[in-house]
Structure formats: C-alpha cells, structure tokens
Design a protein around this ligand. Structure first.
Ligand code: NAP
Length: 323
C-alpha cells in the first residue's frame, strides 16, 4: 500500500519529525514560497504547521487532502466552514499550552503594573543614581479586580493564579457561565460594560471570531477606569489597535501589556514601541521549550490519528468525521 504523504510547513523538533516519518512521508516546505507550498498541498494527504493563513484558493487543487493539524489552540487562520465543505478535518492543540500561556498573561499583568520592563531598562541605561521615589512607583496587583473577557481554558488558569495566588476578585464575560471558575475561584459573570467599569486589569482571552474582532474599541476603552491596565494575549485584532494607541496617549487607561498585535511582527514604526506604558512581547504566549515540544508532538499525533480515522479529541470540525 502507498504510504501517506504529509506537508510540514513549519520546522518540527527532530524527534517529532522522526515519529511522523515512522508512519508517513514528510515533505518540508517553507510557506513563504507560496507556489511551492500550494504544489506540495496538491500532492498531500495531510499538513502540519502554524501561523500561516490558509485560504480556500490555496487548497483548491488539494483533492487528496484529508487533514490539517495546526500547532496552536487558536485556528483563526483557517476558514473552518470551507474545510468542512471539502471534508478536511482540522485539529488543534488545546490544554497542553494552557498553563504556559496563563504564565505569560500573569507576566504581562505584573510587568505592566510594576513597570518591570521600563524600570529595568532605566537601570541598564545608568539612571539609578539615588534611592528611588514616587516617579518609579507602580500599582498593586494583589487584592485588585481582574476582568477576564473569555474565561475558558487559559482564562481559567489565569483566574486560578489571580484568585488563589494574588487574592484578586475575578469578573468575567462569556456567552455561557463557567461554573467551575465560579465555584473554584469565586469568579462572577457580568456583562462586558460592567466588567470594563469595575476591573483594574482587563484581560482578553477570547478566540478571534467575527464576534470578537474589535471587541475592545474606543468606546470600550472609555468605559475602563483611567487607572486600569489592558492585557491582550488572545489575538491582535480583538483590540482596535489605533483606538488603544489613542487611549494610551491620552491617559484614558494607564497601561497595556500586549503579546499579540494587529500586524505581527509589530512594525518598527508602531507608536506602541515608543510608549513607556506599554509592555510588548513577540507573541510568546506558549513559547517555552517544554510546551512548544508538547504542542508539536500533540499536533503530530492529531494528524496521524485524523488520517487513520482513530482521533477522538482535538478536532475543530467534528462534522467531517461524522459524515
Ligand atoms: P477556550 O477554552 O475556547 O476559551 C475561550 C473563551 O472565550 C471561552 O470561555 C468562550 O466562552 C469565550 N468566548 C468565545 N466567544 C466569545 C464572545 N463572543 N464573547 C465572550 N466570550 C467569548 O480557548 P483557550 O484555550 O482558553 O484559548 C483562547 C484563545 O487564546 C485562543 O483562541 C487563542 O487565540 C489565544 N491564545 C493565544 C496564545 C498566545 O501565544 N498569545 C496562546 C494560546 C492561545 P463562551 O463560549 O461561553 O462564550
């Protein structure tokens, strides 16, 4: 029987690639060479990768393709309905990245509140000449109110850190109640406007969908406290970045801690880069050695399972398997 062929459009750890090669032929492509990428997809049964927009026109000729495995929990780079129509299974990697991403969110909360990055740079520039005064003060995190927009897996891990570690009050906005977070962390579900008005830290952890695109814009920023800090480690377009820049410039909110941006990498001329009250990270939510390895392995297993019909979890479009 012919071995199946898959396209790897991101570099994989060598042991994960070897595991895949034990079962299928692996064709490595650089997705920046779009023509080569499309040609490879046209001749493949499956594909594994991340961070590349996959539009319907790119898979028009990929008639053999049965599965896409994204090395991420978010799948906003795919047109899921289109994949479903074509009978292509989409798999993703929830859970394995939850704790590392929640750590990144908390790093942003602490760094923004205590001005860690700004003041560390100030020290390295040789400015620490006397004991510091109010000009270097930050604001407390412990005991404050944290509002989580999108309290799911990662939001839940953030809520745990906040409630149990920092004795924070947790508010959240979801379309459905998260009873576990209410019971375990005293989280209280409130409408978005109330969350914005009451929170000292507003943390976005929704997936990027048509409903969540621009969920925080100029009007929402105005509803936040002037002392509040916005944290975004979801996807850049959940926030209207131009409105955020204006709000930070004009003191509408105190500061922002951002792991994601409208355009990534963040353009060198972005006003955000010159703002002292912005902590900007290069989309490192899940970027630890351990977690990235676990994600790659999980995605490889998902792909093989989807191709041989044994996969039961991590499937975005279950309708495909049920047909
Ligand atoms: P999840 O478990 O699905 O949680 C998402 C939460 O958002 C759910 O509780 C959902 O609750 C809520 N939600 C969805 N649509 C909403 C809406 N329109 N209004 C209000 N709430 C809404 O996903 P997760 O594993 O926590 O991951 C969340 C997102 O984080 C991913 O999709 C990804 O984009 C992002 N992420 C970023 C990084 C990074 O590197 N920065 C790393 C990992 C993940 P309801 O369904 O009840 O509304």
């Amino acid at each position: 029987m012919n071995r199946k062929k898959i396209v790897a459009y991101k570099p994989l750890p060598s042991d994960v690639e070897a595991y895949l090669r034990d079962h299928v032929d692996v064709i490595n492509v650089d997705p920046k060479d779009k023509a080569a990428f499309i040609a490879a997809l046209n001749d493949a049964d499956g594909a594994i990768g991340a961070s590349v927009k996959i539009s319907p026109d790119m898979i028009e000729g990929a008639t053999r393709l049965k599965a896409f495995s994204t090395v991420s929990v978010g799948y906003d780079q795919f047109d899921v309905d289109d994949l479903t129509r074509r009978g292509i299974i989409l798999t993703h990697t929830p859970d394995v990245l939850t704790e590392s991403t929640a750590d990144t969110v908390f790093a942003l909360i602490l760094a923004s509140a205590r001005r860690v990055v700004e003041l560390a740079e100030w020290v390295k520039e040789g400015n620490w000449k006397a004991s510091i005064g109010e000009a270097c003060f930050g604001v407390d995190v412990q005991g404050k109110t944290l509002g989580i927009v999108g309290l799911g897996r990662i939001g839940g891990a953030v809520a745990r850190r906040a409630a149990l570690g920092f004795r924070m009050n947790v508010l959240y906005t979801n379309r459905h109640a998260n009873e576990e977070a209410e019971k375990q962390y005293g989280a209280r579900r409130v409408p978005l406007d109330e969350l914005l008005a009451q929170s000292d830290f507003v943390c976005l952890q929704v997936p990027l969908t048509p409903e969540t695109r621009g969920i925080i814009g100029a009007e929402e920023l105005k509803k936040m406290k002037p002392s509040a800090i916005l944290i975004n480690a979801s996807r850049g377009p959940t926030v209207d970045e131009a409105a955020l820049i204006e709000a930070l410039r004009n003191g509408v909110i105190r500061a922002a801690g951002l792991d994601v941006f409208e355009h990534e990498p963040l353009p060198a001329d972005s006003p955000l880069l010159a703002m002292k009250n912005v902590v900007a990270l290069p989309h490192i939510g899940s970027a630890t050695y351990e977690t990235r390895h676990a994600m790659n392995r999980n995605a490889a297993e998902n792909l093989l399972g989807a191709l041989d019909g044994t996969l039961t979890q991590n499937i975005v479009n279950r309708e495909v398997r049920m047909r």
